[in-house]
Every structure is written in C-alpha cells, then in structure tokens.
Write a protein that binds this ligand. Structure first.
Ligand code: C2E
Ligand code: CA
Ligand code: CA
Length: 462
C-alpha cells in the first residue's frame, strides 16, 4: 500500500465516491423507470411538509393504470415494462421542476405537487395528466393504449406523507367507481366502501392469508366497583394502505366473500389465547366475549371450533361468552338452538348483543336460552338528561333480573349514564368512560400498572 502513488490513490478515492453515489441513487430509485421509489418519495414529502410555507398548497396524486394487468397478460411482460417506462416519462413531462414523480410499485405512481397557487391549478394539472396518459403508445412494433385514474389529496396542517397517500388512494378508488380515466379529490365522506367488490374480495383474501386482522379488547366493568371483570374482543383490519379499519368497514364484505367463518375461527382462538395473558396477571376470573355472526352459527363446524379454541389455549369454558346479535335467522333456526344448547352444556355462556335494537327481542328470549343481556348503546344514550329512556332501561334490567340473566350497559360515555346504571341496578358496564378498545399489550400494561385492581380512569385515554 505504501508503494501506491498519489495518482493511484486519487483514482481509488474517486471510484469509491462514484460507487457510493451509485449505491445511494439505487436505494432511492426504481430500477425500471429510474423514478424515485416509494421510500424516497415518502421521505421527500415528509421533509417538504415539515418546512412548507403555509400559504401555498401541496397535494399528493395517486396514479393507477386501468386494466394494466390486461396489457401485461395479453402483450407480455416486456411490453408491460415498456408501457410502465413510457407512463413514467409522460408523468414527468407534465410536471414542473419542483414536483416529484415516483413509482410506488406495479402500475401505481405517485406525484407530489408543491407551491400550487390554488385548487384550480391542481385540477388543470390532473386533467392534463389524464389526457397525456390516454394517448396511445407507439412502440416499434405495436400500439397499445392505457388510461389511468388519479386520486388527489390536498395537504392540511399536520398531515404526513403516509396519510396523504392513504387519502389519495381512497380518492382514486372512488374515482374508479365512477369510471375509467377520471380523477377525484379526496373528501372525508369518502368511505372505504368505494372499493370495487372484486378488488375488495382479493384484498380480503390476502388479508386472511397474511394475517392482517388483529384484535382490540375493551374492558367490561362491574358497575358497583368499576373493576374490570372481562373484555370484549373486537376485530380490526390493519390494511397495508388504508390503515387500521373498524369492523363496520369490512364485516359485510367478509360475509359476502364467504370468509367470515374462516376469519371468525381465527378470532375465536386468538381471543382465548390473548385473554389467557390477561388472566395470568389478575386475581379475577376474567372472561372474554367474542362476537359471532349468524353465518358462523349456521356453520356445522362451529361447536368444534369453540371446543378446539378452549383446548388449545387452556381457557376455561366458563370464561368464554359468545355474543349473538338479534336477527330473525338466528332466533328461528332449529340448528342454532341446538348449537347453543351444546355450547351451554360445555359451560360457555351466551349473550344477546345490542338487546332491544333487533326486531324481535322477545321471541328471541322465548326460544333461546341465554345468560347475558347487553343493553344497546341507543338506550344507554337515552339515560342522559331525564328523558323517558330511563324507564326503558329499567324495564330491560328488570326483565333480565326476573329471567336470571346478567345485564350489561353498552356504550357508556358519561358519568351521568354510569350513575343511572348504578341506580337502576344494572350489573356491568362497557364504554369509553371505562376504557376504549385497545391492543392486549396495552391492556396488560395498564393492569400491571395497577396490580391490585384495574384502574378504569387511566384506560379511558387509550
Ligand atoms: P358491538 O358488538 O356492539 O361492539 C361494541 C362497539 O361499540 C365497538 O365498535 C366498540 O368500539 C364501540 N364502543 C364501545 N364503547 C363505546 C362508547 O362508549 N361509545 C361509542 N360511540 N362506541 C363504543 P366496533 O369495534 O367498531 O365494532 C362494531 C361491531 O362490529 C361490533 O358491535 C360487532 O357487532 C362487530 N364485530 C366486532 N368484532 C367482530 C368479530 O370479531 N366478529 C363479528 N362477527 N363481528 C364483530
Ligand atoms: Ca358485541
Ligand atoms: Ca353491542
């Protein structure tokens, strides 16, 4: 090494530097199009948002090619790649110097627009983009046409890149629902339900495979002492692009896709397993309530799913509550009656969920033996400010008592409602006042923080 000349040293250093620049470039760019990749896009947008002047608009556009899969399948991957490269070039050609174009993956691109004077300017750019994308491609030996759909999210104070991409993605799906080659601007009213059913199904199938579902647990407390006596398991979907979704956003689709039974079985085992952790740190016989849909109840394998979950996790049957919502199909079904008898014979308890909100609460009670009544939130809401609501809740609690059933007030948000439940003799309560649904890790931490009894006041933060 000593013998190396100054000149050789210089060459070596320069090569190293070039190598480093090259590596750096590769880490930030998509190899096919040489556009920025997802991670460098996100970093750029975050950095910009942190320092952007408040008087100028910024926006993220999510660009998705329509029917790209068709091009790929019918013309081959090489042609598909050519089209992707051409699309990237076209996007770039429409942009101003300070805008950033990135390829997120597959046929998805993102554009970050900065220093927009007004929304009108942004609309003009979006229209120009769509027009440019729609021009047919002329390659050496063939012609192809693609078109793209664009979703736009305008940045608001406090937004980050992830949030903007998520909103632009939702706006893109909403635009696709209206037709191809359109663009749409995100509005808060846009719901995930904008998904085309087929894409939703594929999405859900992947979620079931990749275990994107997760559970949150909400404390159920003793009304008199406010101590936690159990939890209710509530499903969530950690969607890779849309974030954490609640069950109203996907349960119906899960049913339609025929995946409820499968996912429901997972919920059953996982609820029992995670509750065992909570029970380990408690001197109480904490129970777990699991929501079960009518399709699960109709399924021939249901009783063995429950039995299997108990055996596999070691949770005592008496610590499991199955929650059923009132619906004609459940109340009238002989099979469901039989299954419930089998479950109760094992020691599992059964609760009627949302009691009072279904269409035939009494038929239900007459035909099915149950253990717990969960009084629907709408009635608990009626406990505020001395309306006629209290009489209804009092009637339900009285009914429960005379049938020997436990009663739970649901959706308790105010101290005033809790006080009314105490007065009316309701036994248990559940609601944001006592604790929000949260991951089991968090609940276990809260429990450890107060190992003598569970501290409801703290949990309300979650
Ligand atoms: P639910 O069984 O009536 O569950 C209670 C719902 O009320 C939960 O909503 C909970 O987050 C919410 N909640 C609890 N306390 C309060 C409160 O004080 N105020 C307000 N405003 N809301 C409160 P979530 O988690 O969105 O679940 C919605 C419904 O989805 C559940 O209603 C249940 O019917 C269904 N669901 C949840 N998990 C599952 C599951 O694993 N399987 C099935 N089949 N259905 C599920
Ligand atoms: Ca429930
Ligand atoms: Ca309920």
């Amino acid at each position: 090494r000593q013998g190396m000349s100054v000149r050789e040293n210089m060459i070596l250093l320069r090569r190293l530097a070039a190598n480093e620049t090259e590596l750096h470039h590769r880490a930030e760019h998509d190899p096919l199009t040489d556009l920025n990749n997802r991670s460098s896009f996100i970093r750029f947008v975050d950095e910009h948002l942190a320092s952007a002047p408040p008087d100028r608009l910024c926006a993220v556009m999510f660009v998705d090619l329509d029917d790209f899969k068709h091009i790929n399948d019918s013309m081959g991957h090489a042609m598909g790649d050519q089209a992707i490269v051409a699309v990237g070039e076209r996007l770039k050609s429409c942009m101003r110097d300070h805008d950033l174009v990135a390829r997120l993956g597959g046929d998805e691109f993102a554009v970050f627009l900065t220093r927009l004077p007004n929304v009108g300017q942004m609309v003009t750019i979006a229209e120009r983009l769509i027009e440019t994308l729609n021009e047919p491609f002329q390659s050496s030996d063939m012609r192809a046409s693609v078109c793209g759909t664009i979703g736009v999210a305008i940045a608001e104070p406090g937004d980050d890149a992830g949030e903007l991409l998520r909103r632009a993605d939702i706006a893109m799906y909403a635009a696709k629902a209206r037709g191809k080659g359109l663009f749409g601007i995100f509005e808060p009213s846009m719901h995930v339900a904008m998904y085309a059913p087929l894409e939703r199904r594929a999405d859900l199938e992947r979620a079931a495979e990749d275990e994107e579902f997760t559970l949150h647990f909400q404390p159920v407390v003793d009304v008199a002492t406010r101590e936690m006596v159990g939890v209710e398991a509530l499903i969530r979907w950690a969607h890779p692009r849309l974030g954490l979704l609640g069950p109203i956003e996907f349960i119906d689709d899960l049913e339609k896709a025929g995946l409820m039974v499968k996912v429901g079985a997972w919920v059953m085992v996982e609820s029992c397993r995670q509750t065992m952790r909570l029970r380990a740190g408690s001197h109480r016989e904490l129970s777990v309530s699991v929501n079960v849909s009518s399709s699960q109840m109709q399924d021939a394998g249901f009783v063995s799913v429950v039995a299997g979950a108990l055996t596999a996790t070691g949770l005592p049957a008496a610590a499991l509550v199955i929650e059923l919502t009132e619906s004609g199909s459940i109340g009238e079904s002989e099979v469901v009656g039989l299954r419930l008898r089998q479950l109760r014979a094992m020691g599992v308890r059964v609760a009627i969920d949302d009691f009072g909100s279904g269409y035939s609460s009494f038929t239900y009670l007459r035909r099915l033996r149950v253990d717990i009544l969960k009084i629907d939130k709408t009635f608990v809401d009626g406990l505020l400010a001395g309306g006629p609501g209290a009489a209804l809740v009092e009637g339900m609690i009285g009914l429960g008592n005379s049938l020997g059933l436990l009663t739970v007030g649901e959706g308790v948000e105010e101290e005033e409602q809790h006080a009314a439940l105490v007065r009316l003799g309701c036994m248990m309560a559940q609601g944001y006042l006592h604790g929000r649904p949260m991951p089991m890790d968090q609940l276990v931490l809260l429990q450890d923080a107060d190992s003598v009894s569970y501290a409801p006041g703290v949990a309300a933060i979650g």
